[in-house]
Design a protein. Sequence first.
Lengths: 108, 89
Amino acid sequence: MSEIVLVIGKIFLMVGLAFDLLGCIGLVRLPDVYNRLQASTKCVTLGTCFILFGTFLLSDFLWKSILAIVFIVMSSPTGAHAIAHAAHRSGIKLWEKSVVDKLKEDKK
Amino acid sequence: MMTNIPLIFSLPLIICCFLCLYRVFRGPTPADRIVAVDILGILVVGFCALFTIFTPRKFFMDIGIAWAVLGFIGALALAKYLEGKGFDE
């Protein structure tokens, strides 16, 4: 039973690291502030939640890692939304191939 | 051949930190730099989780929780700064 839990924890750890790496590649490769924010925040939040759940399984069911998952899931998308709204209000342009800007249409 | 398991597990996170630092260095707008610093704060929580697994000290998870909360407050403060408002509005 304990062996199975350790193997599942290591698999969770590897999946989380893959998500983190893909999110940071998106942070470097995408063309625009909003695209970068979208890709990197969602991927890195999910990947870190997987890493923390792997920590919960690998280190004798440490309940504080579940608390850290709850904090990150609540706080990280809120901060990303605040940054995106502030970037739009401070007048940063979208990528020239973007097709829709609903917030600008709402403000008219 | 000796394999260093903690180094292998933390190598992707180190690469992620260098990619974030590249975006902080190169970012054309201030919002890019703020996004990269926010992501770097979440990656530090992942590092604290790895330290909790691979060292016998379990207090690193407390540091991770505190870092998550403080990173959230820092992101909100930087967003208000980017918007051009004062901190008391």
